[in-house]
Design a protein around this ligand. Structure first.
Ligand code: FAD
Ligand code: AMP
Length: 485
């Protein structure tokens, strides 16, 4: 007989551990299998997000922002710091402490919720059996009524720049530099490339981002993308669009620098030498060793586990969530899918609202979005109204030296319901969440315009942008009101 569970979750990233906790809360006997261990063989929970993703990157973004602010920003306030220095290894150690704290926290949470944590590699077998192989090769077989696959994603690698974890690194390696590279190349000006490029640029690296596509952040609202590029370029990020990397070679004499060749959109060839090169060309779903050949679970044409709108695979009782299935590769998207799946297993009718998933780039200022962009609305032929409001006219932003950027609110022309909000500016991540909340309740631009916002707050830009949708903004002339089809 195999040990039997109501629910087995494979993977303890933000998708898997949340699914496991919610399932256990609902009274289901739950196990969570994770293969990640530290150098002492101890189980490490939290997946990419906690260990090499969201949390460590934000720790370094915060440290580097403080350094940069002290270096360039304090003087405006009449504060002088004398000779400023940065101890990179102390900064990295702080990040590692935060990661350990968060990961141990998840281990504690799983335990407190009576989830059985199992260290090992899980493989789905036919009949909802799960084979677990530990580091020594010992195999145990478990069985469950429901299995949730949450194996996540890994960085995409490209043959033209093979990662050597020394001079050429992926996003994980870029969180571990022990000194500030003088010349840093970043392949891919996507979300992760811009965040990691910003960290090292603020600490003094000369950063060049080589991006194959001609447009900048093509998934984002292009007015906000344009403003973002302007701000980041002013900060010193050298963003070269239409530049496809075609080769790289690490200097064989000193082993310390890499020559990168790339081609621009006119077909011109260029060369550039960097001390470090970060490859940030996206992530791919990770399913290696996860599925036995006869388990019956289908993948889609891009290698994601194929699921329906409720994250059920083509095999009854087998679900998949997070980065390993379609949709944006975001921690909170996977977590919410985890909750929905656990509740559906427990017989509830939970549904996931894929239309309202906020996304953020944690540059300074932050860039955040929820809902649809103008470009999407145009292409589907929806009538809409737009309101924008600059942080330059927000007292709190001016007082905080954070007046760059704007809030852009888009509302349906017929119903006035908010269809999207796009922000580049101070605390954009938290501001956009206010709009996500309003959208969940079906709010109109007029509704947001009627809410009393505290003063002085950055949030006032959200209210003013909503007012501006109908040409009623108070702290700005309303000449720029636009009605668009
Ligand atoms: P993962 O976090 O990848 O976890 C999957 C887990 O499954 C891993 O621990 C893995 O070891 C385990 N596993 C895989 N196969 C098996 C198996 N067969 N048996 C046992 N265990 C297995 N997202 C945001 O929302 N906000 C951010 O600010 C953000 N910043 C990021 C910064 C960086 C540098 C990176 C790389 C990513 C960032 N992300 C961010 C993305 C985010 O980390 C992912 O979307 C999220 O971690 C996906 O969660 P997941 O649970 O699906 O998978
Ligand atoms: P994201 O998917 O947001 O992580 O962004 C990854 C980016 O890397 C995309 O914008 C790709 O266009 C870009 N990219 C992929 N391959 C190359 C390459 N060889 N040279 C330059 N940019 C690339």
């Amino acid at each position: 007989m195999f040990e039997k569970y109501d629910v087995i979750v494979i993977g303890s990233g933000p998708a898997g551990y949340v699914a496991a906790i919610r399932a256990a809360q609902l009274g289901l006997k739950t196990a969570c299998i994770e293969k990640w261990s530290d150098e002492n063989g101890k189980l490490v929970n939290g997946g990419t997000c906690l260990n090499v993703g969201c949390i460590p990157s934000k720790a370094l973004l915060d440290s580097s922002h403080r350094y940069h602010d002290a270096h360039d920003g304090f003087v405006n306030h009449g504060i002088s710091t004398g000779n400023l220095t940065i101890d990179v290894s102390a900064m990295i150690q702080r990040k590692e402490k935060i990661v350990a704290q968060m990961s141990n926290g998840i281990t504690g949470l799983l335990k407190a919720n009576n989830v059985t944590s199992i260290l090992g590699s899980g493989k789905l077998q036919v009949g909802k059996k799960v084979e677990v192989t530990d580091k020594q090769g010992n195999v145990t077989v478990l069985e469950a009524d429901n299995v949730i696959l949450a194996s996540g994603s890994v960085p995409v690698s490209i043959p033209v720049a093979p990662v050597d974890n020394d001079v050429i690194v992926d996003s994980t390696g870029a969180l571990e530099f022990q000194e500030v590279p003088k010349r840093l190349g970043v392949i891919g000006a996507g979300v992760i490339g811009l965040e990691l490029g910003s960290v090292w640029s603020r600490l003094g690296s000369r950063v060049v981002c080589l991006e194959a596509m001609d447009s900048f952040l093509p998934m984002m609202d292009q007015q906000i993308a344009k403003e973002t590029k302007k701000i980041l370029t002013k900060q010193g990020l050298d963003i070269r669009l239409g530049c496809r990397v075609t080769g790289s070679s690490v200097n064989t004499v000193n082993g310390k620098e890499v020559e990168v060749t790339y081609i621009d959109s006119n077909g011109e060839q260029y060369k550039e030498i960097f001390d470090k090169l970060i490859v940030c060309v996206g992530r791919r779903p990770f399913t290696e060793g996860l599925l036995s050949v006869d388990c019956g679970v289908n993948l889609d044409e891009r290698g994601f586990i194929f699921v329906d709108d409720h994250c059920l695979t083509n095999v009854a009782g087998v679900w998949a969530i997070g980065d390993v299935v379609r949709g944006p590769m975001l921690a909170h998207k996977g977590s919410e899918e985890g909750v929905v799946v656990a509740e559906r297993i427990a017989g509830q009718q939970a549904v996931m609202n894929y239309g309202i998933i906020p996304s953020v780039i944690y540059t300074h200022p932050e860039v955040a979005a929820v809902g649809q962009t103008e470009e999407e609305l145009k292409s589907e032929g929806t009538d809409y109204n737009v309101g924008t409001f600059p942080f330059l006219a927000i007292g709190r932003a001016v007082a905080a030296d954070s007046q760059e950027g704007m809030v852009k609110m888009i509302a349906d022309a017929k119903t006035d319901r908010i269809l999207g909000c796009h922000i580049v500016g101070p605390n954009a991540a938290d501001l956009v969440q206010q709009v996500a909340l309003a959208m969940e309740f079906g709010a109109t631009a007029e509704d947001i315009g009627m809410i009393v916002f505290g003063h002085p707050t950055f949030s006032e830009a959200v209210k003013e942008a909503a007012l501006s949708v109908h040409g009623h903004a108070i702290h700005m002339p309303n000449r720029k009101r636009r009605q668009k089809k």
